[in-house]
Design a protein around this ligand. Structure first.
Ligand code: GDP
Length: 452
């Protein structure tokens, strides 16, 4: 998972620091060295690391520590700011994902296997999520690899976008010209151009990209990079940036990259700013890259902003109010439980979500997360096997002799084992009790608005 190793090391250091009563010179040097080692182990470029460390050191000595802030808190803040600096500045994702006043053209470039074609489909999906009425044309300009054209066509269909397909062996420049003509005629708002990739950078490829960029007059040229190649991604980016005007980078496969060297080195070495990150193979697995939030997440300060945004995206205000009201009334049915589960799944994997909660992210290991995700799936199947009445009235299962018959029917209907069934009913009871407590607490403290 994204930056896991690096984050664990850094959080360990910072947590040791924050336990100190006195943050003496020796402690400071030791902490600084630990931060340095964590960055080096993450495969960040050494020069970048040394610059960051010396900046923290200088600022710690010269900066005025505001009242009410401890020295150790100041240290954490300076490390955070240093990380934000090297992860790149703000605003890249927002600029890239802005509305199209007139047709906006994007070129996607990158080495073969970096995830370019998948990223285009993900990007189209993300654009449609933000601008549901947008008309998007995908253009397959990788004319040397028939499989690439077919792949884009298939992915295009999955995200409901038309794909302009080149014939195998056609001249990429000619294909692009035709596609652009067509896109103007048909009034497409966005044109996303997939270009040829190579296993390594070669002059031929670079020349072709240069020509395509000129013809496309692209508003954005996005470089797709495989995060798992670590620092090497930054060197690749530097080479691409010498030929095309890379306006933003997409770092893919961050879900499989526990170190983070690519993200930590990219901006300083190549000047390319990360705009988006690939977080799974799934077509939903593309997220804007916000350096300050990522830095907070790495340091274990949590990423409440992302969490809230995601929640706002997925649950309407009415639903949230209704849920809160029910909590206060201490009603909690299987239907509510199912709604909560669907809400949790719609917010992405539980693992990702938990990681954003301050103080929780670093305490949960992946084994526990996958156990929980499995539990959620089982619970969904079980609830779906219940009748309407049962979903509304959990007491039916905890009441009398008929309860056992009901449970047996559900077990058979859902195809789950007795152990899973028992575990489910136990978990539901605990969730119900927790909700009641939470509701009572909220009522007492006036934290939940009622729907009057
Ligand atoms: P291209 O040759 O650059 O067009 O690369 P593809 O789009 O064909 O992707 C290569 C492989 O990487 C495919 O198996 C993708 O499913 C996978 N991939 C792309 N992006 C991601 C990502 O963010 N996470 C993971 N885990 N896999 C990805």
């Amino acid at each position: 998972m994204l930056f896991d190793d690096f984050a664990n090391k850094l959080q360990q250091t910072l947590s040791n620091v924050s336990k100190l009563q006195v943050f003496g010179d020796k402690d400071f040097q030791k902490a600084l060295n630990n931060v340095r080692m964590a960055l080096i182990d993450a495969d960040a470029n050494v020069k970048i690391v040394d610059d960051l460390i010396s900046k923290v050191e200088t600022n710690m000595k010269t900066a005025k520590i505001p009242r009410g802030v401890t020295k150790t808190q100041m240290f954490v803040k300076l490390v955070h700011d240093g990380l934000v600096d090297i992860l790149g500045n703000k605003g890249t994702a927002e600029r890239i994902l802005s509305p199209a006043q007139q047709q906006r053209r994007f070129m996607f470039v990158g080495l073969q296997g970096s995830g370019k074609t998948t990223t285009i489909a993900k990007f189209a999906k993300l654009t449609l999520k933000k601008f549901p009425k947008a008309k998007i044309l995908l253009v397959a300009c990788d004319t040397r690899r028939p499989a690439a054209i077919e792949q884009l066509d298939i992915l295009g269909k999955r995200v409901n976008c038309e794909t302009f397909c080149a014939e195998e062996g056609a001249d990429a420049v000619r294909v692009l010209e035709k596609a652009l003509e067509y896109s103007v005629e048909q009034k497409f708002d966005y044109v996303f151009v997939d270009t040829a990739g190579r296993q390594v950078i070669d002059d031929d490829l670079m020349q072709e990209l240069g020509r395509l960029e000129k013809i496309a007059k692209s508003d954005e040229t996005l470089l797709v990079l495989d995060a798992m190649t670590g620092q090497e991604a930054a060197n690749v980016a530097k080479k691409f940036a010498e030929t095309v005007h890379v306006s933003g980078a997409v770092l893919t496969k961050l879900d499989s990259d526990t170190r983070g060297g690519a993200a930590l080195s990219l901006s300083t070495i190549s000047g390319c700013r990360i705009g988006f990150m690939g977080t799974s193979e799934d077509l939903d697995g593309l997220e804007p890259f916000y350096p300050d939030r990522i830095a907070s997440r790495i340091l274990g300060m949590g990423d409440i902003v992302t969490l809230v945004e995601k929640a706002q995206e997925n649950v309407s205000e009415e639903e949230a109010k209704e849920m809160a009201k029910r909590m206060m009334e201490a009603k909690f049915t299987f239907e509510d439980f199912l709604k909560q589960l669907s809400f949790v799944s719609s917010m992405g994997s539980v693992g990702n979500m938990l990681k954003m909660i301050p103080g929780v992210g670093n305490k949960i290991n992946s084994e526990e997360i996958s156990k929980m995700e499995k539990k959620l799936k089982v619970a969904k199947v079980i609830i779906q096997s219940m009748t309407k009445e049962e979903k509304k009235n959990p007491d039916l299962f905890y009441k009398d002799a008929t309860s056992r018959t009901r449970i047996e029917r559900i077990r058979k209907g859902s195809g789950r084992s007795q152990e899973e069934i028992d575990d489910f009913f136990k978990t539901f009871k605990a969730a119900q009790a927790a909700m009641k407590k939470l509701g009572a607490f909220a009522k007492k403290n006036g934290n939940v608005e009622t729907s009057e």
